[in-house]
Design a protein around this ligand. Structure first.
Ligand code: ADP
Ligand code: MG
Length: 255
């Protein structure tokens, strides 16, 4: 780990495609590999925060105050039992987002805040909300790479074109270095030929890499958040946990 931080946004304006699950699980898997990881909750629902065992309603300071410039990120970052550090969120992020819309440098604020804590981390993973608003654009502005989780088998890729348009805008106007790392198939049922076909078609249609391996569909993922750990902590040897470990190696392996 040579002191270079890579920031990855997991983005898709569609809800329920496993953005939050993937941030928590990939984060835990990178920690297992010995990396220093920060995960950032950018969803006012606070699902990532909750799923890492922290009650969003109990928090006094969150990413919302950081984005408004009231406190430095370091003052809001928490340690978690799952391994990664967490910059948490709660419903207060809704008001913060409304206020941000009229503020100077709204798209740059996350990047500027994270620049000050980067030295402590090898990886920063950004859990985007299910919208293409200022929070997601801010995440894409702060990111080096973006991963697009997709629930492959339900053909839920209709929004991908719109997301890519946003990514291209961000690249053109605010973050020329942003790279699309690829799409990540989640809730994948590899037994159906259909699922594999859809995956290939998405890669071809949008000219995107499809990350390996796809993440298998399993009920075990739904149990994890209530236990305050990712699946790597709740079902240690499960195929779902193993898939995220493989993904972490793939993500980390590129020089
Ligand atoms: P998003 O952040 O994109 O809205 P979530 O990560 O919250 O999506 O996941 C949505 C739901 O799907 C959650 O209930 C989660 O537990 C479940 N889930 C995530 N990954 C899988 C999977 N591989 N198999 C089955 N269910 C999953
Ligand atoms: Mg989410």
């Amino acid at each position: 780990m040579g002191g270079v931080t890579t920031t990855i946004a997991l983005a898709n304006q569609k809800g329920g495609v496993a953005k939050t699950t993937s941030v928590a699980s990939l984060g835990a898997a990178l920690v297992e590999l010995g990396h220093r990881v920060l995960v950032v909750d950018l969803d006012p629902q606070g699902s990532l925060t909750f799923s890492l065992g922290i009650d969003p309603e109990e928090l006094e300071v969150t990413v919302g105050e950081v984005l408004l410039g009231k406190i430095p990120a370091l003052d809001a970052i928490l340690e978690t039992d799952d391994g990664p550090d967490l910059l948490p969120a709660n419903i207060a992020l809704t008001q913060a987002e409304e206020q941000l819309v009229t503020r100077t440098g709204r798209e740059q604020r996350l990047r500027v805040a994270l620049d000050k804590v980067k030295e402590h981390y090898d990886w920063i993973l950004l859990d985007c909300p299910p919208a293409l608003g200022v929070l997601t654009v801010g995440a894409l502005t702060a990111a080096d790479e973006v991963i697009i989780p997709l629930q492959a088998e339900t053909l839920s890729h209709r929004g991908v074109g719109q997301l890519l348009d946003t990514i291209y805008d961000v690249r053109q106007f605010v973050n020329g270095n942003l790279e699309v790392r690829g799409v990540l198939a989640t809730m994948y049922d590899g037994r159906t030929k259909h699922a594999r076909n859809v995956l290939t078609a998405i890669g071809d249609t949008y000219d995107l890499d499809v990350l390996e391996p796809p993440i298998p569909k399993s009920i075990r993922f739904a149990e994890a958040p209530a236990l305050g750990r990712s699946i790597l902590g709740t079902a240690v040897n499960h195929k779902g946990a193993e898939a995220y470990r493989e993904l972490a190696k793939v993500v980390a392996s590129r020089g």
